[in-house]
Design a protein around this ligand. Structure first.
Ligand code: IPE
Ligand code: IPE
Ligand code: MG
Length: 237
């Protein structure tokens, strides 16, 4: 791992974990093996985040658009989530990880929904780090869900503020991401945290997700530490 303490660490990091399929293809393996390697990598990066002092890690694991993939791949990804919860929840719990989910649980197979709910319940008092899993998540769906609930609650137009609106999002109660990392070389958000990313710093790397290790994480955090966040203001004026 790199040396020295980082001068500023993002409180909330979001990761668009892209490149599993290409990682597998480069090795002549089926795409699902790439996803498997990708799931394995979450553990490493989570550990790195704890070491560096990140308090919230939001990972993009399955988008509302990913349903359009071949059915075997979709089923494989569901199966992987289920296995990952089964195999890792005890260790996560022991390590003080609070698991959360953002996205639509409805639409996922009932048994898997139940597994997710139970894992969230088990870890809800842990406070070392929050691992927030975006699964069946879409930024636009999130905004629509928020608007539907606002209307259902009878919120008056003049009462609506950005602060109130934020409380209707899946991320209610969590601060916005400070840094969004995208692996796999693309430069786009792909419907990730559209509202919350308004002032996030963005970092993209060509490294495929299964190869994104602690050293790569450190590079992203070092890059972040050098950024000047202005939030629209003029600094040192
Ligand atoms: C990201 O890897 C994981 C998911 C979207 C579920 P991809 O499966 O998109 O990998 P590439 O982009 O095809 O390499
Ligand atoms: C973004 O990756 C979604 C996840 C990482 C879960 P995609 O591979 O689905 O995004 P596009 O299709 O390249 O925009
Ligand atoms: Mg991709």
């Amino acid at each position: 791992m790199g040396e020295g303490k980082l001068k500023r660490v993002p409180y909330h990091v979001g990761i668009i974990m892209d490149g599993n399929g290409r990682w597998a293809r480069r090795r002549g393996l089926p795409r699902l093996m790439g996803h498997r390697a990708g799931v394995e990598n979450i553990r490493r990066v989570l550990e790195g985040c704890v070491e560096y002092g990140v308090k919230i890690l939001t990972i993009y694991a399955f988008s509302t658009e990913n349903w359009a993939r071949p059915v075997e791949e979709v089923e494989g990804l569901m199966q992987l989530l289920s296995e990952a919860i089964q195999q890792q929840i005890d260790e996560l719990h022991r390590n003080g990880v609070q698991l959360r989910h953002i996205g639509r649980l409805a639409g996922i197979e009932p048994a898997l929904q139940e597994q997710v709910r139970a894992a969230i319940e088990l870890t809800k008092h842990n406070d070392r780090i929050i691992l927030n899993v975006a699964f069946n998540y879409g930024g636009r769906a999130e905004i629509l869900d928020a608007v539907r609930r606002l209307i259902a609650d009878g919120i008056k137009p003049e009462a609506l503020t950005e602060e109130l609106f934020s409380r209707y999002l899946y991320t209610s109660g969590l601060p916005d991401p400070d840094l969004i990392i995208r692996t796999g070389g693309e430069y786009r958000l792909s419907n990730f945290l559209l509202w919350q990313a308004a002032y996030a710093e963005y970092y993209a790397t060509p490294t495929y997700w299964p190869d994104f290790d602690k050293e790569e994480l450190r590079k992203a955090l070092e890059d972040y530490a050098r950024r000047e966040r202005r939030f629209g203001r003029v600094l040192n004026a």
